[in-house]
Design a protein around this ligand. Structure first.
Ligand code: TMP
Ligand code: ASP
Length: 236
């Protein structure tokens, strides 16, 4: 499958047309940003790692009955995906308090939540992806009631599947962000990526951070942490 015209360039990925109007190629970059693009950098090898880790987890989720946009891995950095129209929401699932939740509610990072918490942010860079609830989403027409119910249902299932799997390689799934899209048929599927850029992964035994917080917080050892996630998940 050949790359055609580039239709979109985001902070961490490019998207290209293909000869098939229903299929796109996603190409992962080493570029990293944080704080809505205010902090910029490069994480060597990230494109390859995020592509391969995402595809590995998408395949796992598909095998457990979660529909995704994934079609086929084309190379270390490129993947064929189904064309979707993205629901403009960042769907966040949290198991342990960290990041913006800790700040907002004054919870210590690492405090266990009594049960998983679902949050939605409106995907809008100009507004800085503000937190919204179901009422905002429905009132603004960002997603309908049925889609929203399915998004919540899939998100909690994904949390269980990924949490259990990651535990087996001694990674604690603290929180993560998902994006969903609609196929031309109207079916809702999981889209975007699931990687150390979009999840908080802590080593279960040492508590060491194995994710993008090392970049956001200038902790060093970013490449090693991403490489460690790839090794644990893909055995390489
Ligand atoms: P937060 O604690 O900063 O709100 O982040 C929650 C989760 O969402 C965390 O796993 C990182 C992920 N995330 C993204 O994937 N993209 C973003 O732009 C932000 C702010 C967070
Ligand atoms: N990548 C996001 C941005 O630059 C933020 C983040 O992941 O922290 O907006």
């Amino acid at each position: 499958m050949e790359k055609g015209e580039m239709v979109y360039e985001g902070k961490a990925k490019k998207v290209f047309r293909t000869g098939d109007p229903n299929l796109f190629i996603v190409s992962y970059k080493d570029d990293a940003t944080a704080f809505n693009g205010a902090k910029k950098g490069t994480i060597r090898g990230k494109g390859q790692i995020n592509n391969r880790v995402t595809n590995h987890l998408m395949r796992l989720l598909e095998s457990k009955g979660i529909p995704t946009h994934f079609v086929r891995e084309l190379s270390d950095t490129d993947t064929l995906v189904k064309k979707v129209s993205i629901v403009p929401l960042e769907v966040i699932v949290r198991n342990i308090a960290a990041g913006s939740l800790s700040k907002r509610l004054g919870l210590g990072e690492g405090e266990k939540l009594a049960f998983p918490v679902l949050e939605y942010c409106y995907k809008n860079d100009e507004l800085g992806d503000p937190l919204v609830n179901e009422y905002h989403i429905r009132a603004l027409g960002l997603a309908g009631r049925e889609d929203l119910e399915l998004i919540a249902d899939y998100s909690f299932k994904i949390n269980s599947i990924l949490g259990e799997y990651l535990e087996s390689v001694h990674i604690s799934l603290i929180d993560f962000k998902l994006e969903f899209g609609k196929l031309p048929s109207g079916d809702l599927v999981l889209a975007d990526e699931i990687s150390p850029d979009t999840c908080r992964f802590w080593d279960t035994r040492t508590g060491e951070k194995l994710d993008k917080d090392r970049f956001r917080r200038d902790m060093g050892g970013v490449e090693d942490a991403y490489g460690e996630v790839q090794r644990r998940l893909l055995g390489e």
